[in-house]
Design a protein around this ligand. Sequence first.
Ligand SMILES: C[S@@+](CC[C@H](N)C(=O)[O-])C[C@H]1O[C@@H](n2cnc3c(N)ncnc32)[C@H](O)[C@@H]1O
Length: 206
Amino acid sequence: MLAREFFLAQEFYWVNPAKLPTPAEWVAVRRIRVKDAVNLIWWFGKTEYPKADNRKVLQPYSESMKSLIRNGYKAKKRPSGHDISDHFGKDNGGAIPPNVLTIANTESNSRYLRRCRELGIKAHPARYPESLVGFFIDFLTDKGDLVLDPFGGSNVTGAVCESKRRSWITCELNLEYLNGSLARFEDGPLLSRSTGSLPHTLFTEI
Ligand SMILES: C[S@@+](CC[C@H](N)C(=O)[O-])C[C@H]1O[C@@H](n2cnc3c(N)ncnc32)[C@H](O)[C@@H]1O
């Protein structure tokens, strides 16, 4: 259905090496599967050419690439038969990243988690690492752009947008998650579970 409305620009694979051994029955109990550690991410655009710039997400060169740039590269055919031109040895400020993002999801002592613990609020169980969200914000937006996260959860998107000077809007069905998400912001008005219902200012303050 998404592909009928939008254009699939690219698929990404998020590898989380810290993923727990699940599905538990198969992996940890019966020991007949290895753990699932890859999440598929679909990048859809409203047009065939959505705004993006891979120069904004360059990664540090490997040591071998650095030495190749330092010592010069002689254009030649690779064993595979591919012709690699001498442009290959040019310093472009970093390596173009692959569509495989290896990011461990190991947050355990963040301000968000501490505040949730203090206030007896249930932390969101499926939070994304900030650097995963940050990768796409850097890649696809500029400072001042507006980012919408329709499934905000703990609103890691909003927090990353603040740090990267983007505006943001988030939607979240579960009011407890929404309330907890305010812990990500310096002056967020947090309610503990014991204080009862959520204030309407929750919505206006964001
Ligand atoms: C995987 S979580 C998002 C986690 C988030 N990226 C984070 O790092 O905290 C998806 C969230 O979408 C919310 N959700 C599901 N359907 C929704 C809807 N129709 N409108 C708004 N939120 C929805 C769920 O309550 C859940 O918290």
